[in-house]
Design a binder for this molecule. Sequence first.
Ligand code: URA
Length: 285
Amino acid sequence: MSITDATTFPEEWTALLAWYELAGVSTFVGETPRDRFAETEAEAGRRRAPTTTPRPAEAKSSTPAPKPATVVARPAAIPPDADATSAADARAKAAQAASLAELRDMLAAFTGCGLRQTAKHLVFGNGAEDADVMFVGEAPGRDEDLAGEPFVGKSGQLLNRMLAAIGIERDAVRVTNTVPWRPPGNRAPTPAETEACLPFTLRHIELVRPRVLVCVGSSSCRALLRSDEGITRLRGRWLSLTTPGGMDIAAMPMLHPAFLLRQPAQKRLAWRDFQSLRERLGETA
Ligand code: URA
C-alpha cells in the first residue's frame, strides 16, 4: 500500500491523524517516536538527586546561611545532560551583543538549542527597545511561530487588554519569551532548552534596561528568578533580578494569560497585579 495514495488509508489512520490535528500537532519532526515527558522527568530526577560535594559556603559553616533578601539570576545552572559547550558558547556570545539587533543576529545563528529545527520562525521580541516595562513569557505558540512575533495569539490579545486597562499601550512595553522558538506541539520547553537560551534572554533584559520586569507564568519565574515556588503563591510579589552584568531590576511574577483564559475567575488576581504594576511605575517615574 502506498502512503501517498490517500484513498487506500485505513479509516483508523485518518481518524488518528484527525485526532492528532485536534490535539494541536501540526509538525512532523521524526520517524521514531520520542517520549519527551519521560525525558523531562528523568532530567528533573537527576537535578533533584543530592550532590555529595558541599559548595564552599556550606563547607565553611554548619549553621544554615540566611536567605538572601533578593532573588539573583545566576549564570545559567546547566542541567546535567545539557550541552555544556552550547551553554558556555551562548553566555560568551550573548555578553558581546552591544545592541538588540546584534543579539537577534546572534540568536538567528545560534545552534545550541534544538527547538530551532522544528520552528518556522525565530520569535525574538517586540515593542519599545527602551521600555520601562518588559514582559517575559514562556515560549512562542503556533500563532507566534507563524508571525515571528511574541504574544500575538489569544494570550497576547488578553495581555493587550490587560495593559490597556491600566493605560499602557502594547507598543510601549517590551515583550519576549524564555525561548525564542516554538516547542513542537506547544509542549513546555525542557530545562535544557531554557538554559541554553537563558543567556540571550538575560542579555535582552540588560539591553532594554527596563525599570520593571514581569515574569509571565511559572516557566519564566523558574528560569529568571530561580524560584520553584508555585506561581499562585509567587504572583503579585515584588522580587528582584540581578543580571549577569550586575543590573538590579524589580521583578513581579504574574499569572500567564493562557491560564487566565482557562480560569477566568482568576482574572481578579491578575487585575490586582496590574494595579500594583501601575502603582510601581507611578512611584518610580
Ligand atoms: N505564550 C507565551 O508564553 N508566549 C507567547 O509568545 C505566546 C504565548
